[in-house]
Design a protein around this ligand. Structure first.
Ligand SMILES: [Zn+2]
Length: 277
């Protein structure tokens, strides 16, 4: 499944890795309570007992290069049977894995980077340079992260470290590819990056991962954040900026294809879906 649109002068394509079935909403969002969370989900036409999210990977063509932002779950089925479709979606979009010049990671969680290596230990994208932040690489590969983050740490060791020779470290606010700027957004993970694109778009990663719950309850703690307090401060700051700067949004986990913009509704926010230009 793919959806093509434009970001400024660049061709963009959302390629799906398929949906994930997560826990009950009150097991993820701390504070609002089951009734309020359920009402918000129901009002958006979503099931209220479990959280189901998409994985909308961005393929961007800039300066003659094909750049893939995050790459889904790979063959692992931690969150249901329907993930792992990225390579199929790329094929549908007419793109071969060998054509990908760069892979950019928002962060090191399973659903964002476990499509990096195939099961036989070879890279799924054999010609791609791998971009991520130093803080993210350090966090998942340091001894300190081992006791409580075994699965993600093991995933980074399996998917990222074999490619250490082709890693490019991204710095905050750096234009590391033409028209693509990094924005440090720590909290969900220590080295999480959002990306700002020339043409007025922002790829938000998992700073505010759920539409509508991350927007209706921006101050609810998320159990998925490694630093919950920093996570909600970063979320507030980014959401305020998205509204103030009228940026269009690419939401990785938002309802397909995840494109839209944000309205402020007096302390909370509302995501307005769009199809992109
Ligand atoms: Zn995620």
């Amino acid at each position: 499944m793919f959806h093509r649109f434009t970001i400024g002068t660049m061709t963009a394509t959302i390629v799906s890795d398929g949906p994930l079935l997560l826990h009950a909403p009150e097991k993820i969002f701390v504070g609002p309570g089951p009734a309020a969370l359920g009402a918000s989900l129901t009002a958006s036409g979503l099931q209220a007992d479990r959280i189901r999210v998409e994985q909308n990977c961005l393929l961007l063509e800039t300066a003659g290069k094909k750049v893939l932002f995050d790459n889904g779950m790979g063959s692992e089925k931690l969150y249901g049977p329907d993930s792992g479709r990225l390579l199929d979606s790329l094929r549908e979009a007419g793109v071969a894995p060998s054509e990908i010049d760069a892979m950019v990671l928002t962060h090191g969680h399973s659903d964002h980077c476990w499509g990096t290596m195939s099961d036989d230990g070879t890279p799924n994208f054999p010609n791609a340079t791998l971009y991520l932040s130093q803080a993210e690489l350090d966090f998942w590969t340091s001894a300190a992260s081992e006791p409580r983050m075994t699965r993600s740490s093991a995933g980074v060791r399996k998917h990222i470290l074999p490619l250490r020779d082709r890693i490019q470290i991204i710095r905050d606010e750096e234009e590391f590819l033409p028209g693509v700027h990094a924005l440090a957004t720590p909290g969900h993970t220590p080295g999480h990056l959002a990306f700002l694109f020339d043409g007025g778009w922002c790829l938000t990663g998992d700073v505010a991962f759920h539409d509508p719950l991350s927007y209706s309850f921006p101050d609810a703690e998320s159990v998925y954040d490694t630093d919950r307090d920093l996570g909600l401060r970063t979320r507030r700051r980014l959401l305020d900026r998205l509204v103030a700067d009228r940026l269009s949004i690419i939401g990785y986990h938002h309802p397909w294809p995840g494109l839209g913009r944000l309205e402020s509704t007096g302390g909370t926010f509302r995501f307005i879906p769009e199809r992109g230009g």
